[in-house]
Design a protein. Structure first.
Length: 642
């Protein structure tokens, strides 16, 4: 804390100033916050586990052998250095050998499976049918660009122009690493940029993509075929291992129409150039240091302002977490997350849900009809705490001790095929989208469940040795946040069963929109960096979840402690400690470049406003710190949704 700051003037500085001062951003990070620091500690812990299993001993289980060998292969930098660009050769040869655009579907399918990149024209996988959440159907999604967002291709401020110029240079240098002359490489970079520009133009904005209705265009394969007449979807589907597909949700038909145009008008050579670029860019982090450095220089240093590449061990731990996450997660959970902790955090979750039920019942702006549907949805939410009931089976994934690049490809293929194999099968409700050591949490509107990986339920977030006030402020706030996502501008469009249906009366819909507009306008006033303000629409769901989440956590805490006499500690009342507990998940800072990227791509507001922007809306805060009305943290006008 920084007790010299006035909590009624800048609560974030008061609660986090001390942490921020003593925790400068490490040289290999774009931002540094408590989440990231704990994440790094977790990585070190996982490193210890992996280091042990990396030794080829007879007592390893089959799963331990997989994660150990994967890690050992990844750490063998000398082997990678010796190979140079050689591991890419089979892919590059295949691209080069194309004699007609008719071969594109098959070649593209193979490249997508091996790289898992969404840069190769589009992404094809599976997801729940928005109209019937019990069914998994094929999804043809957006993709095809290399910059972090479609907006990067059009914005004409100096910084955006500079980034496009750097991107062209990065593409050209990468082609030179593959052996192109500098002249050819420069021309090739322009070819790539022109294609990406056309695809970006046909892509929806991030704000548009928040509306699930805009992403729901179910059609049969003939419909998809009609959008892209030249591309033979039958041979594409066969190549990714699917015999027939009855229905596809084409999330952005305009983009597919543009893809059709591109495939019709582009020369085969230009298509080859584009494919070479995206395969190389996707796999560069797994090649020799020349490729790794070139990739880092643009993706991390230019875009995010990171001075130094992460040490190898960190990158390798992250790779295991990405490709064998539930195998590594089992080892993590068995060491750190016991049944008692699971029980305690489940209890807290139930208290927050109870609070939300009371809150909905008492809402002044919602009709009884909508309240009944909201309560039904709330009662149906499934609580997933810590780790999955059933661990993923990696038996079919072959890991070799001496073939890191091959492991990455096989890992990508394993995951792509796992996703595609779900098509037409009943939904697995037990599946998790995050691994157990992850410091994060999520709400899934189509499964209607909230998910808290074990990593998020450990100190300093949830600390069983602390009293309820900071725990409810911190972890209770996170639980409330995820729960509220079920009812934010996106989540409220799905019903209790996860179907995209409108269950709101017209007047409730208007009342909700009016209340959220208050939040949109409030956050749009905050500056991110330079003259860039928060995008109030992009961040709406998260801002509403922050506010609603802490309101619910407060109610749950008051319920939990109704019979107790609350004690002051460290010179702070319990109420004050609740708010400090909340703020202290969010202490952190960012590099300027990172803030600029986040302003475009991140649906979360910068940490400072996730604290200050929230407490200004809670009268409980004003009371707890005896702020005077009109001080910065106690304004006259407040927003309130939940
Ligand atoms: Zn969220």
């Amino acid at each position: 804390m920084d007790r010299s700051a006035d909590p009624c003037v800048d609560f974030y500085q008061y609660a986090c100033g001390g942490w921020i001062k003593s925790n400068p951003i490490p040289l290999d990070e774009a931002s540094w916050a408590i989440y990231e620091k704990v994440d790094r500690e977790n990585q070190r812990y996982l490193w210890g586990i992996l280091d042990r299993f990396a030794t080829n001993t007879a007592d390893r289980t089959a799963t331990q052998q997989k994660i150990g060998d994967y890690f050992a292969a990844c750490m063998d930098e000398a082997a990678m250095e010796k190979l140079g660009a050689a591991p890419l050769k089979p892919h590059l040869n295949r691209i080069e050998a194309m004699t007609s655009k008719r071969e594109l579907p098959e070649v593209l399918a193979a490249l997508q499976l091996a790289t898992a990149s969404n840069g190769l024209f589009f992404e094809f996988d599976s997801d729940q049918d928005y109209a019937d959440a019990t069914q998994v159907i094929a999804f043809a999604r957006r993709g095809g660009i290399g910059l972090p967002d479609r907006d990067y291709y059009f914005k004409d401020d100096d910084r955006s122009k500079e980034i496009r110029a750097s991107y062209l240079g990065h593409i050209a240098r990468t082609f030179q690493l593959l052996g192109d002359s500098s002249e050819v490489a420069t021309r090739n970079a322009t070819v790539v940029m022109d294609i990406e520009m056309a695809l970006a133009k046909a892509s929806l904005t991030r704000v548009d993509r928040r509306d699930p209705h805009k992403l729901f265009h179910k059609m049969d394969v003939h419909g998809l075929q009609a959008l892209t007449p030249e591309f033979d979807w039958t041979s594409y589907l066969r190549a990714v291992g699917l015999d027939t597909v009855d229905v596809v949700n084409v999330t952005e038909p305009d983009l597919y129409e543009e893809l059709g145009k591109q495939w019709r008008s582009l020369d085969l050579d230009d298509i080859k150039t584009y494919l070479r670029w995206h395969v190389t860019e996707a796999m560069a982090p797994h090649l020799s240091s020349a490729f790794v450095s070139e990739n880092f220089a643009f993706v991390s240093r230019t875009l995010r302002g990171v001075p130094e590449l992460r040490p190898r061990w960190k990158r390798c731990v992250a790779r295991v977490d990405e490709q064998l996450g539930e195998a590594l997660g089992q080892e993590f959970v068995s060491r750190v997350f016991g049944p008692e902790l699971k029980q305690k955090t489940l209890h807290m979750t139930q208290q927050v849900e109870e609070a939300m039920g009371q809150d909905i019942n008492a809402l002044p702006w919602m009709s009884d009809a909508t309240k009944q549907r909201a309560l039904e949805k709330l009662r149906t939410v499934v609580n997933k705490i810590g780790y999955p009931d059933k661990w993923r089976d990696y038996g079919a994934l072959e890991i070799k001790r001496d073939d890191y690049f091959g492991n990455v490809e096989r890992g990508n293929q394993f995951e792509s095929k796992r996703q595609l194999a779900k098509i037409g099968k009943p939904l697995d409700r037990g599946e998790w989208l995050m691994t157990p050591p992850t410091i994060n949490a999520y709400y899934d509107p189509k499964r209607n469940d909230i998910n808290f990986p074990a990593g998020t339920l450990l100190p300093p977030f949830y600390d069983p040795k602390m009293d309820d006030a900071p725990n409810y402020g911190n972890t209770g706030g996170t639980i409330g946040h995820e729960l509220t996502h079920g009812f934010d501008d996106q989540g409220r469009k799905f019903d209790a069963r996860g179907n995209l249906t409108d269950w709101w009366t017209k007047s409730d819909d208007e009342a909700f929109t009016k209340r959220t507009q208050c939040v949109v306008d409030q956050y749009a006033q905050y500056t991110v960096v330079d003259d860039i303000k928060i995008n109030g629409e992009l961040t709406l769901g998260e801002n509403v979840a922050d506010l609603g989440g802490l309101v619910l956590a407060w109610m749950a805490w008051k319920m939990e402690t109704a019979q107790q006499k609350l004690q002051s500690q460290d010179g702070l009342t319990s109420e004050q400690r609740f708010f400090v507990g909340y703020a202290q998940w969010a202490c952190g800072s960012y590099r300027q470049e990172d803030l600029r990227v986040r302003a475009i791509v991140d649906p979360h507001s910068p940490l400072k406003y996730r604290v200050n922007g929230l407490v200004v809306n809670m009268p409980e805060f004003e009371k707890a710190f005896a702020c005077k009305r009109g001080q910065p943290m106690a304004p006259e006008n407040r927003c309130r949704v939940w």
